[in-house]
Design a protein around this ligand. Structure first.
Ligand SMILES: Nc1ncnc2c1ncn2[C@@H]1O[C@H](COP(=O)(O)OS(=O)(=O)O)[C@@H](OP(=O)(O)O)[C@H]1O
Ligand SMILES: Nc1ncnc2c1ncn2[C@@H]1O[C@H](COP(=O)(O)OP(=O)(O)O)[C@@H](O)[C@H]1O
Length: 198
């Protein structure tokens, strides 16, 4: 009878067991915004802040996704969709390990983000709009890509000749043209802390 089986074998390890071990609630924080809006910078600083406060976060961004698992994908509409679908599946695996992912991707359309939300589950998908006007992003031009897009050297660049649809009701919005980096990370941390604390 089940009661006599050694406790180790009495049921499959659950997400809740892992969350108890990590002393946190697994969530997928989903940072969306234009290239240069500040997603990666905020993601990296938030990751460090969470880690220092005892949480166990993991950034997913172009550096560890588009360079690896998604290295065969372009920036066509279909490939962006496949990019985000795979990322959402990866975030879901982390989620069920009790880990907080900080997903930093343009994820340009509502349809794409709705797909990610559906894969991850609406309860666990926290949409964060990293908002700076395109003029500010273009002025920053962190990687020189806006200049290339304006010169026609890159086709289908988000915000220039490919769409970006702002979220209609994000869980949280950060205006990076109005806040310092420290303010932005501080406000985001204050918002998510109650959501992720065990
Ligand atoms: N055509 C085009 N449009 C937009 N962005 C481009 C493009 N080509 C290359 N890049 C660089 O790729 C980064 C965006 O990748 P993402 O995976 O976040 O894009 S998407 O969600 O699939 O739309 C983006 O990085 P971030 O600046 O960090 O957003 C760009 O540096
Ligand atoms: N409040 C802020 N939050 C985030 N980044 C900011 C902020 N203010 C200025 N920046 C600058 O804007 C740039 C954003 O670049 P990046 O993080 O690579 O954007 P993205 O990942 O969205 O393409 C960085 O050079 C960063 O230092």
């Amino acid at each position: 009878m089940a009661e006599h089986i050694h406790p180790i074998f009495d049921r499959l390890l659950q997400r809740e067991d892992r969350e108890r071990r990590l002393k946190q609630k697994g969530k997928a924080l989903w940072l969306t915004g234009l290239s240069g809006s500040g997603k990666s910078t905020i993601a990296q600083h938030l990751e460090r802040r969470l880690y220092n406060e005892g949480f166990f976060p993991q950034v997913l961004d172009g550096d560890n996704i588009r360079s690896g698992i998604n290295s065969n994908l372009s920036f066509s509409d279909a490939d962006r969709k496949e990019n985000i679908r795979r990322i959402a599946e990866v975030a879901r695996l982390y989620l069920h390990s009790g880990i907080i992912t900080i997903n930093s991707f343009i994820s340009p359309t509502r349809e794409i983000r709705d797909m990610a939300r559906a894969v991850i589950g609406a309860e666990d998908f926290i949409e964060i709009y990293v908002n700076a006007p395109i003029e500010v992003c273009e002025e920053r031009d962190v990687k020189g890509l806006y200049q290339k897009a304006r010169a026609g050297e890159i086709k289908g660049f988000t915000g220039i000749d490919a769409p970006y649809e702002a979220p209609l009701s994000p869980a949280f919005e950060i205006r990076t043209d109005q806040l310092s980096l420290d303010e932005a990370v501080g406000q985001l941390y204050a918002f998510i802390h109650p959501i992720i604390k065990y």
